[in-house]
Structures are given as C-alpha cells and as structure tokens.
Design a protein around this ligand. Sequence first.
Ligand code: GTP
Ligand code: MG
Length: 214
Amino acid sequence: MVESENTYDFLFKFLLIGDSSVGKSSIFLRFTDDCFSETFSTTIGVDFKIRTLEVRGGRRVKIQIWDTAGQERFRAITHSYYRNADGIFVVFDVTNTASFENVDSWYQSVTKMAKGAKIVLIGNKNDLTEKRQVQYGTALQYAMGLGVDYIETSAKESYNIHKVFNMLSNALVDEHDSRHEKNGGGASTTESTFVFNSQPVNPQSGGDGKCRPC
Ligand code: GTP
Ligand code: MG
C-alpha cells in the first residue's frame, strides 16, 4: 500500500454496508489502520478514510472508503451516501444466518440507489469455524445468481482484507481500460487521473483518523 501520496491515477468511492455487527468497521479499520478490537462499538452514521494503493500496471488508486452504520435507525443517513459509489461491499457474518438473509434487501437498495456500482459480497468472521451457519457454497451460489463476486474474510485474522480492496480496485481499473480500448485508446491512462463517480476529496470533511483501541 502506498500512503500519503498526492498523485494518483484513479479515484474511487467505496462503501461498506450490511447488518449491524457483521464486522464492517472491523474490515474498514483492519484495512486502513491494521487494527482490530474485540469490543463492539456500533457505528453512528458514517465514517470515512482515504487510502492509496497500487494496482496492476503500477497504477495508483486513491480510495475513499465509507463505513456505514448497519442499524436501522441510521438508514436514511446511510442511504444518502450510496450515490456516486464506484464499489460496494455488502457484508454479512458467516456465523449469523439472519445477516445473510438480509443481504437481499441490502442488494435491492444498492441496485436502486447506487446504479452502476460494482458489488462484492463479503462473508466475514470466517475464523469462527465452529460457529459457522452459512456455508461457503451457499453464499457463493447466491452471489453467482446475482452476478457478483463472493469472498470470505476475517477482520480478526486479517484474512483476505487487502485482497478484497485490491480485487475491487483492479476490477474497476480493468473496466475502465476495456471501455478506453473500445473507444479507440488515446492518451496513456497512466498519465491521467480518472475520477469515476466520486465527489471531490476533502480530507478535512470526515473521518476522525482515530482507531478504536486495539
Ligand atoms: P455496526 O457499526 O453496528 O453496523 O456494526 P459493524 O458491522 O461495523 O460491526 P463491527 O465491525 O463493529 O464488529 C462487531 C463485532 O464483531 C465486534 O465485537 C468485532 O470484534 C467482531 N468482529 C468483527 N469482525 C470479526 C472477525 O472477522 N472475526 C471475529 N471473530 N470477530 C469479528
Ligand atoms: Mg460499524
């Protein structure tokens, strides 16, 4: 990961959504600050951080990551952040069947409010093997039915956390490249900055930059 870089080739807005306590903030903090806390501290509204990473071809991708509250009472606020998202992680907890069943309604809201966003389904807490309620095959089949990727993670053990962000960034860059090729090429993509749907980045406007105690 490349930190504190002001130059970048792509700017993406990513969102983490899903039921409360599935581990969205834990994935967010594991990726942004490499920390994890066993203590559950529910998200109030939204939080965001910015990170830069390098993808295929040495291109730099700046990501605005929005961690949203899963609790129903914040739904109106969190929905307003769906707009202009480039990528959305719909997260459920593999030890909680209800959180998997609710993926359907999260998916519906995304298709209504974040048209065009690339979606990845995440089954988190895969370290809790003995408590697993949702089988890998079941979730994979469901994701295939929707035409989205499925990946399991563990924020606790830092399993597949960087991979999901890399995967989605690479997929969006590839999508851009193939569109660019179809349109007849032109200037090298590495020399331009492509802001997908994202709004301007203002690091002062959100994210307290603090991590929960690890
Ligand atoms: P809301 O903010 O309410 O929407 O919840 P959230 O989805 O952000 O959940 P959060 O990340 O706060 O995690 C909820 C609880 O699950 C916390 O106690 C975490 O420690 C725990 N947790 C999160 N990810 C994992 C994981 O991968 N493995 C295990 N074992 N526990 C996890
Ligand atoms: Mg949270």
